[in-house]
Design a protein around this ligand. Structure first.
Ligand SMILES: Nc1ncnc2c1ncn2[C@@H]1O[C@H](COP(=O)(O)OP(=O)(O)O)[C@@H](O)[C@H]1O
Ligand SMILES: [Mg+2]
Length: 350
């Protein structure tokens, strides 16, 4: 198959996306596919190109990939470095290359990739892509909307409220919530802008931090307990994985610095709780129409109550990422998982 692996872009998870993209690219090449790794923002070359036969020389086209540093990337610097300085989000030749591919593997994370806008554009261009469609992507990206749908469908989620920058309650007493609480951007990912708040003073700082990233934020009850994630493919849950950061909570650094969290899959949990969590994960997939694959994040408190935090529609895809570890636990290696994602995504177009 001729495949474009689409990565990069202009989200705070740009670097993480390259980690996904380069791993998926190597795995699919090993499976015999002709694969181009493409930065959706930088594109290929800085001028219109004759792309005839490009998949025969797919090696030449690869985006340059850096590692993940401890902090989110400087997006202004990325914008400045694009040669054509066009105001189009799509870099030179991106749409052309994607239209030539049999499938675009979405290795994007965060805004522009997970929020459904690229999917909507691709639908109009007749480009086939992996993962869920534009509407379910957009809903899953918005934690306020998702939480409303969870609550309406008996999927437990921490109690919370959302606030816009222009109409924000800076006095914690007036929120009606209790401390500790969690403040987070409504649509972000990778824990960027997320704070755990223990005092009223911390609350104000947490608001400022979250508003650095977005106009809308969520404030929700802090759930003390263990953290888990459950992948769902084609509406069937994979084994549960537990994530235990060695220090603090599962923030950006603990997500991507090797060895900073202990991950156990299958998680050591009583069978009844495992099955309940898997059931909720499948329910989330149904309720949000996540018809290809996704990964839901959960907390479990000391009373063994389960809470769903969110659904990730384009979860991290390196061999050590959570979803691939879950697939590994049922005997599916990384390359097989990449192909399986393509297979179930193709069904949308049958
Ligand atoms: N209500 C909460 N109680 C306790 N910890 C939370 C809560 N919400 C988020 N967290 C912590 O913050 C991390 C990121 O939150 P999450 O809602 O999954 O957003 P994202 O992963 O999209 O940044 C979680 O993995 C968890 O460690
Ligand atoms: Mg999360």
């Amino acid at each position: 198959m001729d495949i474009v692996v689409l990565a990069g872009g202009l989200s705070t998870e740009r670097d993480v996306s390259f980690a996904t993209g380069s791993n998926v690219t190597s795995a699919l090449r090993q499976k015999g596919h002709r694969v181009i790794l493409l930065d959706v923002f930088m594109g290929y070359s800085d001028k219109p190109e004759d792309l005839t036969g490009i998949f025969e020389r797919s090696w030449e086209v690869s985006a340059s990939v850096a590692g993940i540093s401890e902090k989110a990337p400087d997006l202004e610097a990325v914008k400045k470095s694009r040669k054509d300085q066009s105001n189009s989000f799509f870099g030179p030749n991106v749409i052309e290359l994607c239209r030539m591919a049999d499938m675009v593997f979405m290795a994007l994370h965060g805004e522009n990739g997970e929020d459904g806008r690229i999917q909507a554009a691709f639908d109009l261009y007749g480009i086939q892509y992996t993962g869920t469609g534009y509407l379910s992507s957009a809903i899953a990206m918005d934690k306020e909307l998702s939480k409303r749908l969870f609550a309406a469908n008996k999927i437990p989620t921490p109690a919370g409220i959302s606030m816009e920058k222009g109409a924000c309650e800076w006095e914690f007493e007036k929120t009606g919530l209790t401390l500790p609480c969690v403040v987070k951007p409504c649509c972000g990912g990778s824990s960027i802008g997320v704070s755990i708040v223990r005092t009223k003073e911390e609350y104000r700082h947490a608001l400022e931090e979250a508003f650095r990233w977005e106009e809308k934020i969520i404030v929700e009850s802090y759930i003390k307990g263990r953290e888990f994630s459950v992948g769902v493919m084609d509406f069937k849950a994979l084994p549960v994985i537990e994530i235990a950061p060695l220090e603090g909570f599962y923030d950006y650094k603990n997500k991507y610095a090797a060895g900073s969290a202990v991950e156990t899959c299958p998680a050591e949990l009583p069978l009844a709780i495992t099955e309940k969590m898997q059931h909720y994960a499948e329910e989330v997939a149904k309720v949000l129409s996540l018809d290809t694959y996704a990964r839901m994040d959960f907390l479990l408190d000391c009373q063994e109550k389960i809470y769903c935090l969110e659904a990730n529609t384009l979860p991290g895809m390196t061999p050590v990422s959570l979803l691939p570890q879950e697939a590994q636990a049922v005997g599916m290696d990384f390359g097989e998982l990449c192909e399986e994602i393509i297979r179930i995504s193709k069904k949308k177009y049958a």
